[in-house]
Write a new protein. Structure first.
Lengths: 57, 797
C-alpha cells in the first residue's frame, strides 16, 4: 500500500506534465497541419542546399 | 511506349515537345508543361517528379493579362488589403494556391520560393491549399513571388489579410486542448474507478476506497470545468434566448452526474461516476471535434471561391490604354474594360453596342441576358460574350463585393442538413432520458428509497447520447477524408446525402467529356504556320471558349502581339485587330462567308480582308478513361444523358463512342435548365457535370453539381463538388462512398437506438451495476466510430 501511496502522486504529476506538454505542442503549431510536414524530411540535403542560397534576412 | 505527358499526365498529341529533366529526355504535351518542367529542373528541384504521387496540373500559359494582374499587387493601395507589415521591414501574406495536388507540390512550392532571395519563410498547408509567406519588402516583392509560383506551374491569389488571423486555427487549437484534457482525464478516472470496481475481489481495503473516490474527483474536475465548458456556455446562451438546444440537456446531465458523484463521495457510500462523466464529455467533444474539422475543411474551399470577387479592374486611361487598378480605386464616371468570361466590377452603363451577361450570382436568373448600349450592368454578373467597356456608376459596399461576401458567409454558416437532423435527434433523446431519470428516481423512492439515487444515476450514465451525437459527424468526416484523398472536394457537405440519391447524370460535352486540341494547321498563300498561329492565338486568348483556348494554348510564344477591338459573335467566332490587320477567327460561315471553301466546314478559319490565311483543325478527344467511367456509372444503375450546345453530328459521334443512348445537341443553357426541370418533375435526382461558364446554371440547378477543378470560376462557384485533376473516374468512387456513408449513418443511428432501448429499461429496473453502465456507454460509442471507419474500405455495400 505504501508503494501505491507514492505511485499515485507520481501518476498525477505525470498527468499534469503530459497535459502541459500537449498544450505546448498545440500552441507551437505542431497540430495545425498533420499532412504536409510528413514529406519534408524526405529530402534533407535539398533543404540545406536551398537554405544556403538564401542568406538570412 | 510513353503516351502521357511527363509533367501533367495528359495524353500526348501529334506535336510532342521534349525537355530534358534529371538528365533524361521526357515527352511533354505542350509548351506550358515544357516551360514548367525546365524551370523546375533549372531550380534543381527535379526530385519533385520522384516525390509526387499525382501528376502536376497542366500549367496555363501565362498571358499578358495574368502578368499585369500579378504586377498590380505592387500598388500599395491594393497590397495593403492582402499584406500585413511585420514592422521590421518584413511583410506577410496568405496565398491561396490553386492546383496543389499532393505533398510533393508542397515540397516544390517551398523550395522554389525559398530559393528566391528575400523570402524569409514559406509554410504551405496542402489540405487548405494555402501558403503563408513572409518576405523582406526591400529585396523581393509580392509580384515576384506570384510570378515565380506561376512559372513553376501554380496559380496563386493573395487572400484578404484577415485570413492571416486564422480564427479557425484558434478554434481548432482550443477544441484539441479540451479534447486532450478530457481524454487524459477519462483514462485516469477509469484507472481509479477500476480499483473501486474490483473491491469485491478484495483488492483494496475499505479505508482506501475513500481515497480512490477523491482521486476520481480530482481528475474529473478539470474535465468538467475546462473541457465541458463549451456545453455549459452553449446551454447558458440558449437558455438566455429561451430556446432548448442540445447543449441544455447535455450540460444538465454532466452537472447532475458530477454533482451526484461528489455527494456520494462526501457521504462515503454508494457509487461514484467520475469515470463515466469524463468519458461522456470526451466522446461528445470527439463528435464536435470531427464535425468542426469537416466544417473547417468546407470553409477553406468556400474561401477559395471567395476570390471570385473582382478585386482588380481594367480602367481605360485618357489615351484608351488599359491600367489595372483595385476595384476600390474606381470612381464613378471611370471607363472600365471587361473581358469575355470576366466579372463586372461595378454597376455601370454599357458603352459597347451589345453583350450578354449572366446575372445568376446576383439575381439567381440563370439564362444570360442581352444588354444593349446604355443598359445597366450589375456588379458581380459574368460577361458571357464580350469584351465590353462600361462607365462606372455605383461602387462600394452596396454592390458586388458585399453580395459575394454575403454569399460566402451564408455558405459558411450553413451546417450540413444531416448534422442538423442528427443534432435534433440527440436533443430529443437527451430530453427523454432526463425525463426517464426523474421517473426512475420517483418510482424507486416509492418502492425502495435507498436505491433511488443509484438507479436514477445508472439510467443517466448507461444511456448514451454520445452514439447519437457521434453517428453523423464521424461518418461525414470519414467520407470527406476518403473523398479528398481521391481528388473529390466536397464544397457543400449536404452534397454527400444528395449524391447518394442521384439516379441520373447529365454531362456537358466539350471540356467535360472531351477536350479540344489543335491537331493541324493548314496555311494559304505561303504564310508560315507559326506566324498564322501567332495571329490566331493573339485573337483567341481574348476568349474563354474551349476551341479558342485550344488554339491559344498551342502557341508557344509568350510575347504575342496585342489584339485590339476584339468582339465575339456568339457561336460563330471572334474578330479584332492584330498588328494593324483586321482579322476574323471562327467557322467558315463567319470568317469567310464569300468564299466557297468546301471541306472546311469543321475547321476554324483565320481570315483578313484579303482572304483566308489559315485553317486550324481542332479535334475533340475523349478524356482518357472516359469510357470506363461511363460503364462504371451504368453498372451502378445510373441513367446517363449528354446535353450539349454543339452540333448534332459531333454530339451523336461522342454519344455513340460512349454508348450513351440519350443526348441532345444545340441546347442553350436555358434549354438545359428546362430539360433538368422536366427530369426533376419525373422524380429524377440529377447529378450534373460541367466545366464552362454556360454550365453554371445547370450545375446550380441540379441536385448535385460537379465541376472540374480546371473549369471556369463561375462553374466551380455554382457546384457542390469539385473534382480535381480532371479525372471524372473519381465520380464513380464518390457516389459509392456517398452511398456507404448514408448507409453507415443509418446503421449507426439504428444501433444507438437499439442499444438504448435495451439498456435503459434494465438500468431503470436497477439491474445495471455502475461498471457495466460505464462500459456499455463507451462500447456503444466505439461501435459507432468503428462503423464509420469502414467507409471507403470496400467493406460496406
Amino acid at each position: 500500500m505504501n508503494a501505491v501511496l507514492m505511485l499515485i502522486p507520481l501518476a498525477l504529476l505525470l498527468l499534469v506534465l503530459a497535459v502541459g506538454a500537449f498544450f505546448w505542442a498545440v500552441d507551437h503549431a505542431q497540430f495545425d497541419d498533420l499532412l504536409t510536414p510528413g514529406l519534408l524530411p524526405l529530402d534533407e540535403a535539398e533543404k540545406h542546399a536551398g537554405r544556403e542560397e538564401d542568406p538570412p534576412p | 511506349m510513353k503516351t502521357l505527358c511527363w509533367h501533367c499526365g495528359e495524353p500526348l498529341l501529334a506535336t510532342i515537345v521534349h525537355a530534358s529533366v534529371g538528365g533524361e529526355d521526357r515527352a511533354m504535351c505542350c509548351h506550358g508543361c515544357r516551360a514548367a518542367a525546365e524551370w523546375i529542373e533549372q531550380l534543381g528541384l527535379a526530385d519533385y517528379y520522384s516525390l509526387r504521387t499525382q501528376p502536376a496540373a497542366k500549367p496555363v500559359l501565362a498571358d499578358a493579362a495574368d502578368r499585369d494582374g500579378r504586377r498590380a499587387w505592387q500598388r500599395d493601395e491594393l497590397a495593403r488589403h492582402v499584406v500585413r507589415d511585420l514592422s521590421d521591414g518584413r511583410r506577410e501574406t496568405m496565398l491561396f494556391v490553386e492546383d496543389v495536388r499532393c505533398t510533393a507540390c508542397v515540397w516544390l512550392i517551398e523550395r522554389a520560393l525559398q530559393s528566391l532571395p528575400g523570402v524569409a519563410s514559406v509554410q504551405v498547408n496542402a489540405l487548405a491549399r494555402r501558403a503563408r509567406i513572409t518576405w523582406v519588402e526591400e529585396r523581393v516583392s509580392l509580384s515576384q513571388i506570384l510570378e515565380r509560383l506561376a512559372r513553376t506551374g501554380y496559380r496563386a491569389w493573395p487572400l484578404h489579410a484577415r485570413a492571416l488571423d486564422d480564427i479557425r486555427r484558434q478554434e481548432a487549437r482550443d477544441a484539441l486542448k479540451r479534447l486532450a484534457v478530457a481524454g487524459f482525464g477519462a483514462m485516469q478516472a477509469m484507472m481509479f474507478a477500476a480499483v473501486l470496481y474490483l473491491r469485491g475481489a478484495g483488492a483494496v481495503d475499505a479505508s482506501a476506497e475513500g481515497l480512490f473516490r477523491w482521486l476520481g474527483f480530482i481528475v474529473a474536475t478539470p474535465v468538467v470545468l475546462y473541457s465541458a465548458r463549451p456545453f455549459f456556455k452553449g446551454a447558458a446562451r440558449s437558455l438566455a434566448a429561451r430556446q432548448l438546444s442540445m447543449d441544455v440537456p447535455v450540460a444538465a446531465a454532466i452537472a447532475l452526474i458530477y454533482a451526484a458523484s461528489f455527494v456520494e463521495a462526501w457521504r462515503g457510500g454508494g457509487h461514484v461516476y467520475f469515470d463515466s462523466v469524463s468519458m461522456f464529455v470526451f466522446f461528445l467533444l470527439a463528435g464536435r471535434y470531427l464535425e468542426m474539422r469537416a466544417r473547417h475543411h468546407a470553409g477553406d474551399l468556400v474561401d477559395a471561391l471567395a476570390r471570385l470577387s473582382p478585386s482588380v479592374a481594367d480602367r481605360r486611361r485618357e489615351d484608351h490604354s488599359l491600367e489595372r487598378v483595385g476595384v476600390h480605386e474606381l470612381r464613378a464616371g471611370d471607363r472600365v474594360h471587361v473581358g469575355e468570361g470576366g466579372l463586372v466590377p461595378a454597376d455601370g452603363v454599357l458603352l459597347s453596342s451589345v453583350c450578354r451577361v449572366d446575372e445568376a450570382l446576383v439575381s439567381g436568373e440563370s439564362a444570360p441576358i442581352f444588354r444593349r448600349r446604355g443598359d445597366m450592368l450589375i456588379a458581380g454578373s459574368v460577361l458571357v460574350d464580350g469584351p465590353v467597356d462600361l462607365q462606372v456608376e455605383r461602387l462600394g459596399a452596396d454592390t458586388v463585393l458585399a453580395g459575394i461576401a454575403g454569399l460566402v458567409e451564408r455558405a459558411q454558416l450553413e451546417r450540413p442538413q444531416l448534422a442538423r437532423a442528427g443534432e435534433q435527434a440527440t436533443r430529443h433523446f437527451v430530453v427523454r432520458v432526463l425525463g426517464l431519470t426523474v421517473l426512475t428516481a420517483v418510482a424507486w423512492s416509492v418502492v425502495d428509497p435507498s436505491r433511488a439515487f443509484a438507479a436514477a444515476l445508472a439510467v443517466l450514465v448507461v444511456s448514451c447520447p454520445c452514439a447519437f451525437a457521434l453517428a453523423v459527424p464521424a461518418a461525414i468526416t470519414r467520407a470527406l477524408n476518403v473523398l479528398a484523398r481521391c481528388g473529390v472536394l466536397v464544397v457543400k457537405p449536404d452534397a454527400i446525402a444528395a449524391l447518394a440519391q442521384t439516379s441520373h447524370v447529365v454531362f456537358d460535352k466539350t471540356g467535360t467529356l472531351t477536350t479540344p486540341h489543335l491537331v493541324d494547321v493548314q496555311t494559304f498563300n505561303g504564310v508560315s504556320p507559326e506566324s498564322a498561329l501567332r495571329l490566331a492565338a493573339a485573337l483567341a486568348r481574348e476568349s474563354h471558349h474551349p476551341l479558342a483556348r485550344a488554339i491559344a494554348g498551342a502557341c508557344s510564344e509568350a510575347a504575342l502581339p496585342a489584339a485590339a477591338q476584339v468582339r465575339s459573335t456568339l457561336g460563330l467566332g471572334l474578330c479584332g485587330v492584330v498588328d494593324g490587320r483586321e482579322l476574323k477567327l471562327g467557322s467558315s460561315r463567319f470568317a469567310a462567308p464569300d468564299e466557297s471553301l468546301l471541306g472546311y466546314a469543321d475547321e476554324i478559319l483565320l481570315a483578313d480582308q484579303a482572304g483566308v490565311i489559315a485553317a486550324f483543325r481542332v479535334s475533340e478527344q475523349l478524356r482518357p478513361g472516359m469510357r470506363d467511367v461511363i460503364d462504371a456509372l451504368k453498372a451502378q444503375g445510373m441513367q446517363l444523358q449528354i446535353l450539349s450546345g454543339d452540333a448534332p453530328a459531333k454530339v451523336a459521334d461522342i454519344a455513340a463512342k460512349l454508348d450513351i443512348a440519350s443526348w441532345r445537341a444545340r441546347a442553350s443553357p436555358a434549354d438545359k435548365l428546362s430539360e433538368l426541370g422536366a427530369m426533376r418533375t419525373q422524380g429524377a435526382h440529377v447529378l450534373a457535370v460541367g466545366d464552362g461558364v454556360n454550365d453554371a446554371p445547370v450545375l446550380a440547378g441540379a441536385h448535385v453539381g460537379v465541376a472540374l477543378a480546371s473549369g471556369a470560376e463561375i462553374a466551380r462557384a455554382s457546384s457542390d463538388i469539385v473534382v480535381a485533376g480532371e479525372r471524372l473516374g473519381a465520380l464513380v468512387t464518390a457516389r459509392r462512398i456517398a452511398r456507404e456513408t448514408v448507409a453507415v449513418i443509418q446503421q449507426n443511428q439504428r444501433w444507438a437506438l437499439l442499444y438504448n432501448l435495451v439498456a435503459m429499461p434494465l438500468a431503470a429496473l436497477g439491474f445495471v451495476p455502475p461498471w457495466l453502465a460505464a462500459l456499455g456507454m463507451s462500447f456503444s460509442s466505439l461501435c459507432v466510430i468503428g462503423n464509420a471507419l469502414r467507409i471507403g474500405t470496400g467493406a460496406t455495400a
